[in-house]
Each structure stands twice: as C-alpha cells, then as structure tokens.
Ligand binder design. Structure first.
Ligand code: PEP
Length: 265
C-alpha cells in the first residue's frame, strides 16, 4: 500500500488546563512548534485542550498562525441541538476547531460510550466537516489473554462501519492499548505495528485499497520524547496521540523527532 500519508502528532490535554493555564501553555510551546512545523510539509500537529479552554487557545493560535498546527476537541455529541445538558454539538465544535477525538478509552470506561455511539459521532463529524480521530484498543486482561486481534476486529467493524466511501479515508484511527495509557508502560513498535497492520487490512476489506492507503493510524499510550522515534520509524505507524507528555514541553521533542524520522528517505 502507498506510504504518502502526512504524519499526525495530536496532544490530548484531557481534563487539564483551564482557559488561563491553557493559554499560557499554548503561548509557551507555539513559537517553537510553529517554527518546527513550518519547515516540514508532511506533518500535522493537533492540540486538543478541554472544550472550555478551546477559545483561549484559539486566540493564541490566531495570533501566531502556523499552517500545520490545528486544534481539536476531546469529545462531542452526535445530535444537532436540544435538551442534552452538558453536551456539545458538532456545529459548536466546528466553530472553534476542525478535529475531534472520539471514543477515547476514558469515554468508553467512565461514560459508557459504546462502539455504536462512537459510530454515530463519527457520522456526525463527517456531516460537519470535522476530522474524527477515533480511538480503539484492548484492555490489559484482553491483551494478556491473547484476545487483542479479536477485540480490535470487533471495534473496527462496529465503530467504523457504514461510512460514505469518499469519507472513509479521511478518518484518523488511534490505536491505544488501554494498558499503555498513562501507565508509563508503552507498547513496543513491533506490538503496535502488528495491530496497526491488522487495522489497515480490516479497513481495506471494508472500504477498498484507496481508503486503506490514505487512512492515518496513530499509536497512543505513554508516548514521550524518549520513545517516539521507535514508533514513528515503523512504516505502518503514522504518528501519535499523546496524553501526559502533551502537557509539557516534551511535546515539542515528540514533534521534532517525528519530523526527523519521517523525513528520512
Ligand atoms: C491518551 O490518553 O490518549 C494517552 C495516550 O495518554 P498517555 O500518553 O498519557 O498514555
């Protein structure tokens, strides 16, 4: 399959940094991030602060425009509007950014999101011209019992089904083994690469060669500046979804190493 995919490094700030702190952190990292990404075409950097901090970070990115730095939300609802207290509609999210993380394992675990709900959210994202970053991954018990492939197959088939053919290749998938998230115990590139290879094959069977070749698949789970090089050196891994390390200047190092690794012939 063709390997001409733009790499993505996305930072999921989770429930950290309210508007003031988010703005200060964005001001701290953006000058260097902007400079780094300006020098390399094939990278996209996506910052995903808490929804309430998106306007503050947006003010900073508007003041320091960098073509390959975008913003994303961490979640949204699939309905257009109405009596859904506490939720954000796709159109509201789209007013501030062009990406949205969907189906993160923390949403699935603490807020009972199912593959079916994730699928409806992805369909809503397409409708509103938002790029969905869809998270999938097995938990520790599933990993240890050798059920990873079966779990991934079920998640891909249920949460990523019935997309319009022309949209299927625009999805970004983040393979995030739950046992690696926030634990400091990252997977190896070999383990992640094998699962990511399977995801691309499943996608190929569902949507054909073109969509499978353009689908970006990221690795997520305890990525740092020290281990990112190993992951992005793998030809099937198109970048990373970063949690803890995206709250620190180490995020700049992750972007720097991704660029340095991916631009090698
Ligand atoms: C995440 O929450 O998406 C994540 C990958 O977290 P961490 O990098 O902290 O493991």
């Amino acid at each position: 399959m063709a390997q001409s995919r733009t790499a993505i490094v996305a930072g999921n700030w989770k429930m950290n940094y309210g508007p003031k702190q988010a703005s200060a952190f964005a001001m701290e990292i953006l000058p260097e991030l902007g400079q780094l990404t300006r020098g390399y075409q094939d990278i996209l950097c996506i910052l995903c602060p808490p929804a309430i901090s998106l306007p503050a970070v947006r003010e900073v990115t508007d003041a320091m425009p960098a073509p390959r730095i975008e913003l994303g939300a961490q979640n949204m609802y699939f309905e257009e509007q109405g009596a859904y207290t506490g939720e954000l509609s796709p159109a509201m999210v789209r007013e501030l950014c062009s990406n949205v993380i969907l189906g993160h394992s923390e949403r699935r675990t603490y807020f009972a999101e199912t593959d079916e709900v994730v699928n409806r959210k992805v369909q809503a994202a397409f409708k509103h011209n938002l790029r969905p970053i869809v998270c999938i991954g097995e938990n520790l018990a599933q990993y240890e019992s050798g059920a990873t492939q079966e779990v991934i197959r079920a998640q891909v088939q249920a949460s990523l089904s019935n997309f319009p053919a022309e949209k299927a290749g625009e999805v970004v998938i983040a393979y995030e083994p739950i046992w690696a998230i926030g634990t400091g115990r990252a997977a190896t590139a070999k383990i992640a690469g094998e699962v990511i290879h399977l995801i691309r094959k499943l996608y190929h069977d569902m949507y054909g060669p073109e969509a499978a070749a353009s689908l970006r698949i990221l690795y997520g789970g305890s990525v740092t500046g020290a281990n990112i090089g190993e992951f992005v050196a793998h030809p099937d891994i198109d970048g990373a979804l970063v949690g803890g390390a995206s709250l620190k200047p180490d995020f700049i190092e992750i972007v720097r190493k991704t660029i340095a690794t991916k631009q090698k012939p």
